[in-house]
Design a protein around this ligand. Sequence first.
Ligand code: FAD
Length: 516
Amino acid sequence: MLNKVVIVGGGTAGWMTASYLKAAFGERIQITLVESGNVGTVGVGEATFSDIRHFFEFLGLKEKDWMPACNATYKLAVRFENWREKDHYFYHPFEQMRSVNGFPLTDWWLHQSPTERFDKDCFVMASVIDAGRSPRMLDGTLIDQPFDEGADEMQGLTMSEHQGKTQFPYAYHFEAALLAKYLTKYAVDRGVKHIVDDVKQVNLDDRGWISGVTTAEHGDLTGDVFIDCTGFRGLLLNKALEEPFISYADTLPNDSAVALQVPMDMEKRGIRPCTTATAQDAGWIWTIPLMGRVGTGYVYAKDYLSPEDAERTLREFVGPAAADVEANHIKMRIGRSRNSWVKNCVAIGLSSGFVEPLESTGIFFIHHAIEQLAKNFPGEDWNPTHRDLYNKAIGNVMDGVREFLVLHYVAAKRTDNQYWRDTKTRAIPDALAERIETWKTQLPDSETVFPYYHGLPPYSYMCILLGMGGIDLKPSRALALCDGSAAEREFSEIREKTRRLTEVLPPAYEYFAQHH
Ligand code: FAD
């Protein structure tokens, strides 16, 4: 039986993989994780997808177990600021789109335009976030109880099997470096062997498969399956096995980031329970509220901006609180490995691929990859079908997310400098260009978005198209022939629910002050 797994790399990807495989296979699998004490990990203060809760559920962890250890807070949406024009903002929330008489509510919104704010008219969450509320009451009750019951029924499904069945109302912000630390204990307690050492060499057998890795002080580590979690280096997959990396630079040119972790008195500042992406002259700045600090950074294209200017802009954006904080400049490798599983090596995390964190997809990619690996775990015959299914799923997720991110730039109304003008003339994937033409007459639905699972449902596309404001959209012509009173009632119900929730839900900070 193939049961000896060697994981190289102890960042979020390495420890999430070790923990999940132990939870899935228990004593029947032997895992050794080796991480360098000299090469650091990426950890900037991360935001996630709401599906990440399935990862914690799978491990048997409750929020109270891990959230305080990771300075975690709730994320109810991404808030996009200044992508349309200065001082404009909108939310892309974790809230499924309602339908009225077979048409999505956004379609009715285009037809009736109750106000100028599609997000506030169509979703409850937008106003809940503006009011800085927690999605849970102080006693822990969730705003919509059925979500919790639904979650129990869904346990054991992968994210792709789960999509579309429910939409959990929030995700998390946390420090990925602290999550890796927390999971180190989880995994080691369950039998994962942990070695801190540098891998100096990757050894191949006659077939070109990995037979072991040579470390500086612990000799050779041998195994059946090798998992490359070495980050942007791709030490096993890209370097040793020479698997090519497919760059997305032609369509997503942002290749650099400068990050700051800014200590803050969150009681004074308050917590806005969302990730904010504020458009800038050559990219955008993320703001992620954590307990005790704010994670922030400027994602930019170095063809348009120097690292010094990016850091200066970021410091001005944050203000005096960042004065003594050291900046972390990161060069991002944007794209994906052609195949993430080659021979007996599977790359997970940044070694597999990465896109700019505009929709918080880095840890989602990791979670998805781990689920797919557990599902397709190889047997002794190394049946290539498992590998091929895995590679297809990973490639589809990343290519789908790429399309979605490109859409943000194409749809953004801003054209006030060369960077933003170029977003309108740069090549985009052919299929996306066709889809955008379709969406001008019919809003995205499950038949017209990227056709394979990539974590983003059609309503996410609607939010970006409606919020970014650069593409003219029309309501379905059929709506002119329909009775619109049911839609009017729906808009009014949303207003009423919003009013009630913003009254009863506690401020987000107050919730965490009590629960952390
Ligand atoms: P790393 O953290 O780079 O870890 C690599 C590991 O490999 C380290 O332990 C290192 O010591 C080890 N290693 C390397 N070489 C050797 C060697 N020779 N021998 C032994 N060990 C070695 N994700 C999100 O979900 N949301 C976000 O908001 C988000 N924001 C991001 C912002 C930026 C700017 C970046 C760059 C990433 C962001 N991510 C985000 C992604 C997320 O941070 C990473 O996906 C995640 O931390 C996983 O990284 P990793 O474990 O693959 O790699």
